[in-house]
Design a binder for this molecule. Structure first.
Ligand code: KG4
Ligand code: ZN
Length: 334
């Protein structure tokens, strides 16, 4: 079964062609980061226009990589939310047109669900049940994944998402957008013990809050003795605080549930310290860690195709009334 997966929720236009759930035949992620970097964040109108321009050339490129034409596609999966509504609409309209034109099934996929399931694309050992730490630009969600569409959300962020905190701190430091990879790189030369930053809600349950951490960074940057030479130390200290909170919550969830398979997904799962700390956690638990390759952590079409694959196996097909949704919680998936 060959599934085309379409992702346009935010600022990546991405299409993947996936065979039998695990073989990626073609995959392109076109990032708009450069377009938005001068604004320090995504500009919705620019994003949707860019998706529209990029879609057909990217589809052609994906098919060329696979050495196939459209006739091999058995089903079309699309992320229909949550996301920037103008951007999601472009992907949904394109998916409907393709599915209708080719007379193939259309499968609507929740973008968050696709991230949560993404470790299973490459790692067949990531069997149900497992714990998922989804850390992206828009979301921070800890979930007990009991099965396909059996998601027990343990906790989420009350304010900023993990990636958003990285991006806002990078903006304060004048480092550019997206901030996560830049902070990750600078932190490698910094001292993470230099600044004692808050670890919000470290000892409380499964909820997250990163706005206080961000404010603590702002206070340091606005202090009279601040010097740009301190940037690597501040990046390292900030990253250490955020990662410690994420790992601690996942550890608590593993200990309380007894589940030893742990996973991380979303753009922040590319973070080198987070990956390293999660390896250590998996070892402590005597369990296993599943993290997608970086290209499948960030927003990507292959994960949408994968979630579409699981939906088809479970006979969950959509129809042409499928709607684009700006808000769409994991717990609202039917
Ligand atoms: O999953 P994603 O591509 O898009 C959303 O669904 O939000 O995640 C993007 C986020 C951005 O906030 C970016 O700064 C962050 O992932 N990110 C990182 C790293 N690479 C990307 N954050 C920390 N360390 C990284 N290496
Ligand atoms: Zn995402």
């Amino acid at each position: 079964m060959i599934i085309l997966g379409i992702e346009t929720s935010c600022d990546e236009t991405s299409i993947g062609l996936l065979q039998d759930g695990h073989t990626v035949l073609g995959h392109v992620i076109a990032s708009q980061a450069e377009l938005h970097s001068e604004y320090g964040g995504v500009v919705p109108e620019l994003a949707s226009r860019k998706h529209l321009e990029a879609f057909v050339p990217i589809l052609d490129e994906v098919l060329a990589q696979a050495g196939e034409d459209k006739s091999v596609i058995d089903a079309v999966a699309v992320a229909h939310g949550p996301g920037l509504i103008g951007s999601v609409v472009v992907g949904v309209a394109a998916a409907k047109a393709l599915a209708f034109g080719m007379n193939k099934p259309l499968v609507g996929v929740n973008h968050l669900e696709a991230h949560v399931l993404s470790p299973r694309l490459e790692h067949q050992g990531c069997a149900y049940p497992y714990l998922s730490l989804l850390v992206s630009g828009g979301h921070t969600i800890l979930t007990e994944v009991r099965g396909f569409r059996e998601y027990c959300v343990l906790g989420q962020t009350r304010d900023d998402a993990a990636g958003e905190a990285f991006d806002k701190v990078a903006k304060m430091l004048g480092l550019g957008y997206p901030g996560g990879p830049i902070i990750d790189r600078l932190a490698q030369t910094g001292d993470s013990n230099r600044y004692n930053l808050p670890r919000p809600m470290l000892h409380q349950g499964y909820e997250f809050s990163f706005s206080g951490l961000k404010t603590a960074v702002r206070n340091l940057v606005e202090a009279p003795d601040w010097s740009p030479e301190d940037i690597p130390d501040l990046c390292a200290s900030f990253q250490a605080a955020l990662v410690e909170v994420c790992v601690k919550k996942l550890r608590r969830a593993a200990q309380q549930s007894g589940i030893k398979r742990i996973s991380a997904a979303g753009g922040v799962a590319c973070n080198s310290l987070l990956r390293q700390e999660l390896e250590g956690l998996a070892q402590d638990l005597g369990g296993e860690l599943f993290i997608p390759s970086p290209k499948f952590c960030m927003d990507n079409g292959a994960m949408i195709a994968y979630a579409g694959y699981e939906a088809i196996v479970a006979h969950q097909i959509s129809d042409l009334t499928l709607e684009a949704r700006s808000r769409f919680y994991l717990t609202e998936i039917e």
